[in-house]
Design a protein around this ligand. Sequence first.
Ligand code: NAD
Length: 474
Amino acid sequence: MLKRDKLFIGGLWVAPQGKDAIEVHNAGTGAVMGTVPAGTERDIDAAVAAASAALPAWSATPAEKRAEYLQKISDGLKARAEELAKTIAQEVGMPIKLAGRIQAGLPIANFGNYAKIARDFKYEDRVGNSIVVKDPVGVVGAITPWNYPLHQIALKVAPALAAGCTVVLKPSEIAPFNAFILAEVMEAAGLPKGVFNLVTGFGPVVGEALVRHPKVDMISFTGSTRAGKRISELAAQQVKRVALELGGKSASVILEDADLAAAVKGTVNGCYLNSGQTCTALTRMLVPASKYEEAAKLAVEAAKAFTPGDPLSESTRLGPLSSQMQLDRVRDYIRKGVAEGAELLTGGADTPEGLAGGYFVKPTIFGRVKNSMTIAQEEIFGPVLSIIPFKDEAEAVAIANDSPYGLAGAVWSKDDARAQSVARRIRAGQIDVNGGAFNMNAPFGGFKQSGHGREAGVYGLEEFLELKSLQLRG
Ligand code: NAD
């Protein structure tokens, strides 16, 4: 049992002001794996006061020095990579091998990358008779989800610190233990007191207290569109800057000249990564009507490689979902798909054999899905793929764009120029062309209800800056 009963505020581990604790469940077994404090508004007040007090000195610290701290944090995380992977594999359910590469590997890489970006960035420009100064926005409230918990924290905290901001982090109550390891790493790196603060708790309590706090200059949020809307409403009362990374319902468009086997395999992999609990998951596979039967067969075949199993086993490719709530939600969507008339090609809402206890669901594929169906419009956040036939390229683009979301997508064609031209017509933030690899320096974020603002690389740093122009006399 992991027991965390302190919060990290002003460089110290302090007792929370309330008495309640939150139970955290092991996704693979359903058992309680530990507890963390259920913070209160008073804990947020203390953390924001610490972050405000630390702001003048931190924002005046030379970028080179800030970069040194970021590199130390990256090194500190690296030294604890195994522990991080194991913790997150249990909190979230991602298979351990992948958790090591992605859940621990990406934050290590991002803190290191921001050390470099902080060093190389030009914090001033000259435009005619003006100097354009890029100031840190101030105290940042970071609110993060559970699916890639430390990665999403790193994509906010690393660039915010690089920009000269101070931070109060409110991580997900479902996967909070990794954030405590980060706080210990920050402490060991000797980060000045109050530059980074950690308060755990429930969204409507500590999350909202952070958003409402008048001394918080910006909220950077990743999570559901529902919570993003609520945060926007609250922040609007103070005209507070908000960056939102929200949900998605991304289309993988397979054109008739594509290598069908590679495209279907790539799409199934992109849908099932982290048991479908990935905001950029390719959950709608758009295939030419003439190739539908072949594509459906290939997809069902590809799904067979994803037998659900223990996330701590080295050979598992599909772990459980993260919580009972997720499990209930995903099963409801599968039932709704059947009820609305989609063809269930594989999987379904029953518990996979021999896996009672954890939050396991079968990898599921629906065929002949209409884009107007609930399973094609709403984010499911589980291993559920919808195959949607189209008659021509124009219809494929129209279906891809017929979504309240616009986070990601994929296009497949033998002709790279054609694939690019289709990718340019899809209204979404990141589109993989013929299986192009993830690029940690490319901007990440959404169109439409997938949010606004961009994370990663230099674009992620710019989110935390205010521009100020000084007009000089001639
Ligand atoms: P969630 O919105 O329920 O919770 C996210 C965080 O917000 C948690 O820390 C939670 O405590 C907090 N929160 C909840 N209600 C709040 C409120 N009223 N005020 C302030 N804070 C509040 O989302 P989740 O279930 O943790 O994460 C899954 C969602 O996140 C999915 O919709 C997924 O698509 C999205 N997501 C988006 C991206 C992206 O970059 N676009 C990345 C990962 C996840």
